[in-house]
Design a protein around this ligand. Structure first.
Ligand code: F6P
Length: 562
């Protein structure tokens, strides 16, 4: 017993060593940043541009097909220097090495965090528990490639010997959002297969999907890292029952495959071991699209494009790992975001891609960012005394301009915003693209410069508006400006650039988690709701309402009257 405890303690201590525990607010840089903030808080970004014609030259990073312009922020060189000092004081570089080297930086679950290994080249060597994991990653990739090729080419057929026309990805959270976002984003590169996603436990969701399907020509991909998730298992059972109305038990093998770490549970469900694509516990759900969780991506756009997506992510990994902090895109974006979150008190960040293809980027990043950094306990086990995870939201431009941009321009809240745009469109329609991109550039310019009372008056004068009306209207038409934005301008939306873009945000998450001294790779916060839902389900099924708070009791009784 004593011996076992020693092992546990030793393991625990080793885990504690994977990442430093430094309260960022107790660093010298933080104190300097607080003082610096006092001189910057009422600064005008517009004036900084007027005083320095080289500002855009100084505050941008050009890398591969990316141009990241962060000059339209309320920062100067001193701000950046101090933020970089903060990164150094919390030993960011050591943490980056621990991350890529497979140390157990997911300390509360005793796991490494190695989605980066999934896109590493075959020649790389990454060890988990003294074993190089690259060969098994490539073994699974080979299976993904072969399987995708056989489904796409029609070599593999359904139970009535017809080729597959449809694929349904059944999963939720990271087992849905990543593949769904990428399949949507890369639809220009898509083949003939129709790919659908069922995630919500809402039975109406699954019914709306299956009503369009022919069981003879549909492939079902059940994706669940744990294979214990209520939504995925319930949807899979509903679909299996629907399938068995037209097929027999033995036909399941031809139509159902699974992606999971839990081989035993998958085989119990009735899927053959040979139809399971394994994944590993060192890949977090929200970072798993690069693994076999991306099978539906490979089916939709072909393995070569899936591989290009991984290559693009790997290029960003190399940039992040090797580039010095002051020229490192994820580091700079993370630091600027901390500047607003922790010093200006900004609570949210908007992400606005100027392409309809990226309409699922914000929901995808909501999980990535908020499930990772929505934490209030520091790595020392104590409640943090500063703000952590930002609230993420967004929609594609130009639609969002006609929806919520009013609040960003003239509301009372500070909302740092990332604008993501592309130099070239995919179909080459110049007229549309020039109009789209003129909106893209106009928005960040308007957010920066605003519109002064004098400019508004000049417009009124031109229109010949009488003075009383002009005086009345003027305050409503003034824009204060000074709203911070990052512009991420990418050559074209390709599998490679999409891979790099997603990896950029993944590493931004990592940097922020390190600086905030939190554990970014667990998600204990989603467990309580799951537990309570299970106990409420038994009350609903037995029609007996137990003791709850009076509101929950009242609602349950009302629901059971149906
Ligand atoms: O509910 C949170 C979560 O654990 C996510 O982190 C994960 O992506 C999702 O559930 C799905 O989990 P699984 O792939 O195990 O079904």
């Amino acid at each position: 017993m004593h011996f076992t405890n020693n092992i546990v303690n030793c393991h625990y201590k080793n885990n504690l060593m994977a990442l430093n525990t430094i309260n960022p607010t107790e660093t010298k840089a933080w104190l300097k940043l607080q003082l610096h903030f006092e001189t910057m808080k009422s600064n005008s970004i517009k004036e900084m541009f007027q005083n320095d014609t080289e500002r855009a030259e100084k505050f941008h990073i050009q890398w591969n097909d990316f141009l990241v312009d962060f000059s339209k922020n309320n920062i100067n060189q001193q701000t950046l220097d101090l933020l970089l000092e903060l990164a150094e004081e919390v030993k960011l570089n050591d943490a980056i090495s621990s991350y890529f080297n497979g140390e157990e930086i997911n300390q509360t679950e005793s796991r490494a965090v190695l989605h980066t290994a999934l896109r590493a080249p075959q020649s790389a060597s990454v060890s988990v528990a003294n074993k190089n994991v690259i060969p098994e990653i490539y073994e699974v990739k080979k299976n993904i490639q072969q399987f995708s090729n056989e489904i796409i080419s029609g070599k593999r057929k359904g139970f009535t010997n017809k080729s597959f026309t449809d694929v349904v990805n059944i999963g939720i959270g990271g087992s849905d959002l990543g593949p769904a976002m990428v399949v949507e984003a890369l639809q220009f590169y898509k083949n003939h297969l129709n790919v659908h996603f069922v995630s919500n436990i809402d039975g109406d969701h699954v019914n709306e999907i299956i009503k369009k399907l022919n069981p003879e020509t549909t492939l079902f991909v059940i994706v669940s890292k744990t294979f214990t998730t209520q939504e995925t298992l319930t949807n899979s059972e509903t679909i299996r029952n629907w399938f068995l109305k037209s097929a027999s038990q033995q036909d399941i093998a031809k139509h159902f495959v699974a992606v999971s770490t839990n081989i035993e549970k998958v085989t119990n469900f009735g899927i053959e071991a040979t139809s399971i694509f394994p994944m590993w516990d060192w890949v977090g759900g929200r970072f798993s699209l690069w693994s076999a969780v991306g099978l539906s991506i490979s089916l939709a756009v072909g393995y070569d494009n899936f591989d290009k997506l991984l290559k693009g992510a790997n290029q960003m990994d190399e940039h992040f790992k090797n580039e010095s902090s002051n020229k490192n895109i994820p580091v700079i974006l993370a630091l600027i975001s901390i500047w607003y979150n922790n010093f200006f008190g900004a609570e949210t960040e908007a992400i606005i891609p100027y392409t309809q293809y990226l309409q699922k980027l914000a929901p995808y990043l909501q999980q990535g960012i908020m499930e990772s950094n929505g934490k209030s306990i520091g790595r020392d086990g104590k409640t943090v005394n500063y703000q952590t995870g930002t609230i993420i939201w967004g929609e594609p431009g130009s639609n969002s301009q006609h929806a919520f941009f009013q609040l960003i321009h003239q509301g009372t809240k500070l909302i740092p915003t990332d604008f993501i745009g592309f130099v070239k469109p995919l179909y080459g329609n110049e007229d549309h693209h020039n109009k789209l991109m003129s909106n893209f550039f106009a928005q960040t310019e308007a957010l920066l410069n605003g519109k002064s009372a004098a400019q508004v008056q000049a417009e009124f004068d031109k229109q010949g508006l009488e003075k009383p009306k002009a005086d009345y209207l003027k305050p409503f038409k003034v824009f204060s400006g000074n709203k911070p934005t990052n512009t991420i301008l990418i050559k074209q939306l390709t599998p490679e650039t999409l891979g790099s873009l997603v990896a950029m945000y993944e590493h931004k998450i990592f940097v922020q988690g390190i600086i905030w001294n939190i554990f970014s790779y667990d998600q204990w916060g989603v467990e309580l709701g799951k537990q309570l839902a299970n106990s409420i389900l038994s009350e609903i099924e037995s029609k007996t309402v137990n003791h709850h708070d009076s509101s929950t009791e009242f609602l349950l009784k009302y629901f059971l009257k149906k």
